[in-house]
Design a protein around this ligand. Structure first.
Ligand SMILES: NC(=O)c1ccc[n+]([C@@H]2O[C@H](COP(=O)([O-])OP(=O)(O)OC[C@H]3O[C@@H](n4cnc5c(N)ncnc54)[C@H](O)[C@@H]3O)[C@@H](O)[C@H]2O)c1
Length: 311
């Protein structure tokens, strides 16, 4: 098939492209390097079944021309603003790069007759639900970040477009995803800070924030497996790992693997790392596990593996 990976120069999208090429598909990547890098796709420069367009997905006319030219069979939408702290200052970034890109891709699919769709959603759509184990049927969904809101709005648009146009759609709500080519998040930040100052580490919040961390290879395996089971309508899954890792534990793992002793941790305090951060969450994976698919690495294993891969 001819696959479009929107946001393919990013961390997760570039791994998805590798996997799709491995399966002998033709892959087209569209990215404007808002947060992605040429480095992530540089190894594909000479690949005969890979093509890259440096384009802003918010530009509907140009995107529509590319759809007309390429005649895609399947659209994977991984473009979004991944710098959540940036949109805390300027929420419009979410409206354009997270929600607007979804609208333009869906509209191009409608106009150009493409019916297979994958969407990278997030656990952030649930908001902060202390002590509640969220599943795909839980309500109400009350995101507490602009990013979570733009993803939830995207899910709503996808539902309508899929119904109105008989699309076959797969939505995954990702947890924190980590691994090689990581460009943001706690592991990335801690390693950067410790390289600059190996004696002290600034930790946002009180360090007890606990979340499931999933290795990107597990996530890609889940997408690659489940994309082959598409059926008309929307299939929505939480995807992740059952265990969690605290922020202080991540700091300990990184210090140990960087051979740093007696690092002083300076906590900013407060339960969340920043406004809009959900400090603790766990969600049900029963639905995806019932398909027979399961992640290979636990949260702690994914953290250790990632640190080893990126230091
Ligand atoms: N990394 C995680 O932990 C995580 C968790 C939940 C959901 N997700 C979702 O998974 C997807 C991929 O995340 P990632 O971590 O690889 O982020 P990323 O920033 O590395 O990748 C997103 C890509 O989208 C591109 N992009 C953004 N706006 C664009 C636009 N207007 N036009 C063209 N390209 C544009 C960026 O340049 C970037 O390459 C995103 O949708 C993200 O919201 C990621």
């Amino acid at each position: 098939m001819k696959m479009l990976v929107a946001g393919g120069a990013g961390f997760i999208g570039s791994h998805l492209i590798d996997a799709l090429l491995e399966e002998n598909h033709d892959v087209v990547c569209i990215d404007n390097f808002f947060n992605g890098t040429l480095q992530n796709i540089d190894h594909l420069r000479e690949h005969p079944r890979f093509r890259f367009y440096e384009q802003d997905l918010c530009d509907f006319e140009t995107l529509s021309d590319t759809f007309r030219q390429e005649q895609f069979d399947f659209v994977f939408h991984l473009a979004a603003n991944s710098d959540i702290q940036a949109s805390v200052i300027d929420p419009k970034i979410e409206y354009s790069n997270t929600y607007g890109t979804t609208f333009n891709l869906l509209e191009c699919m409608r106009v150009h007759g493409v019916s297979k769709f994958f969407f990278a959603s997030t656990s952030a759509v649930y908001g902060e639900k202390m002590g509640v184990r969220m599943d795909e049927y839980s309500a109400p969904l009350e995101p507490i970040s602009y990013y979570g809101a733009a993803k939830l709005g995207s899910e709503a648009l996808i539902s309508a477009y899929s119904f109105m146009n008989s699309f076959s759609t797969l939505i995954f709500r990702f947890p924190n995803v980590i691994g090689p080519r990581l460009t943001h998040g706690v592991i990335y930040d801690f390693i950067k800070r410790l390289r600059a100052n190996p004696k002290e580490l600034l930790i946002l919040g009180d360090g007890t924030q606990a979340k499931p961390y999933m290795h990107v290879f597990d996530l890609i395996n889940g997408i690659a497996t489940m994309k082959d089971t598409l059926q008309e309508g929307v299939q929505l899954f939480n995807i992740g790992v059952e265990t969690q890792t605290t922020v202080t534990r991540i700091a300990n793992i990184i210090c140990e693997m960087m051979n740093l002793d007696n690092v002083i941790y300076n906590y900013t305090g407060g339960r969340g790392g920043w406004r809009g951060d959900v400090p603790v969450f766990s969600y049900s994976l029963d639905k995806i596990h019932s398909t027979g698919w399961k992640a290979r690495w636990t949260s702690d294993e994914a953290v250790s593996k990632t640190v080893a891969e990126v230091i």
